[in-house]
Design a protein around this ligand. Structure first.
Ligand code: NAD
Length: 331
């Protein structure tokens, strides 16, 4: 099938070209994101392949549908950037990559925990500067600490398994209980109890109307003083202003995040020569107990290869008129 691949970076191109040897789709790579001002690029392509920050609002979908696009192939798991109702009304099929490497994201969450706890970012810079003092680098044992996992799907389960290996006590909150997590000894509790008891809280649920700002001024009142908050899921799960206030008061002792609510204006681009206009992001960056990575938790060789394989396979199934198990159907 003729596929227009948007938001292409060199690493996407490499993994898609390599994997496509087994699929033989007709791929065209575009660097810009798909949005209202780039819809013309999709003209004549029955399929577009998009990532998390492409804009699949009703307006974009109407535009690309009118020039022949019938298939939206997301090369990510989350689909909060797609207006599914509009796609369905336009007769478009939407497919995604529900899992590509839960290990990649779970391992990155653990990386943020170790980075913040043992202050590895400060230690690295100090030693390079021949400063071998330990003042200010004191951490804590993870062993026997209580870790609260919000969302125990594929990534939350991997994360639970890793933290179990550290000897942590595991609490979880989810609308469903995962048998593998129960077997591991995870105790399911309501969200307020999880927030109140956890030394480390890690978010692994999708961004939905029900989960937007689940970490807010009110819920933060339940959190233990000095708790570590980790978000590798979606930025809007947390109210960033409320987190900033909690960092200032010491309610949150550490904040590690791979995602940011307004990240589409920042992430995946080299903005090192420009003045960042987002004051909230700049303030967040300024805290010594905050580590931000730019949505890289998924970014491993294995994940990129699995993403390309599942995306091209999804496109092949739809092209052949077969039911695709990765199709997203609006409820
Ligand atoms: P998953 O669907 O396997 O698991 C999600 C879990 O969240 C499920 O167990 C579900 O029951 C639970 N959930 C749903 N609604 C909930 C609610 N209201 N409260 C609590 N739990 C709820 O998904 P996954 O593969 O584990 O991915 C989780 C999230 O991680 C994705 O939605 C995505 O936003 C994020 N993600 C981030 C990256 C990254 O690079 N940072 C990469 C992949 C995925």
């Amino acid at each position: 099938m003729k596929v227009a691949i948007f938001s292409t970076k060199p690493y996407d191109r490499r993994s898609f070209e390599e994997t496509n040897k087994a699929f033989n789709h007709d791929l065209t790579f575009f660097e810009p994101r798909l949005n209202a001002s780039t819809v013309a690029l999709a003209e004549g392509f029955p399929a577009v392949c998009v990532f998390i920050n492409d804009d699949l609002s009703a307006t974009t979908l109407q535009n690309i549908a009118s020039t022949g696009t019938k298939l939206i192939a997301l090369r990510c798991a989350g689909f909060n950037n797609v207006d599914l109702e509009a796609a369905s009304e336009l007769g478009m099929t939407v497919v995604r990559v529900p899992a590509y490497s839960p290990y990649a994201v779970a391992e990155h969450a653990v990386g943020l925990i170790l980075m913040l706890n043992r202050k590895l970012y400060r230690a690295y810079n100090r030693v390079r500067d021949d400063n071998f003092a330990l003042n200010g680098l004191l951490g804590f044992d993870l062993h026997q600490k209580t870790v609260g996992i919000v969302g125990t799907g594929k990534i939350g389960q991997c994360f639970a398994q890793i933290m179990n290996g550290f000897g942590c006590k595991l609490l979880a909150y989810d609308v469903y209980q995962n048998p593998a997590c129960l077997e591991l000894g995870v105790r399911y509790v309501e969200l307020p109890e999880l927030l109140a008891q956890s030394d480390i809280i890690s978010l692994h649920c999708p961004l939905l109307p029900a989960t937007q700002y689940m970490i807010n001024r009110d819920s933060l009142k339940d959190v233990k003083q000095g708790t570590m908050l980790i978000n590798t899921s979606r930025g809007a799960l947390v109210d960033t202003q409320a987190v900033i206030e909690a960092l200032k008061s010491g309610q949150i002792g550490y904040f590690g995040t791979d995602v940011y609510e307004e990240e589409e204006n920042l992430f995946f681009e080299d903005l090192s020569g420009t003045v960042i206009q987002d004051d909230t992001f700049q303030l967040l960056q300024s805290f010594p107990n905050v580590v931000i990575t730019a949505h890289q938790a998924f970014f491993t060789y294995e994940a990129l290869s699995n993403i390309a394989h599942t995306t091209l396979s999804n496109i092949g199934e739809v092209e052949a008129g077969r039911a695709c198990k990765n199709e997203i159907v609006p409820h």
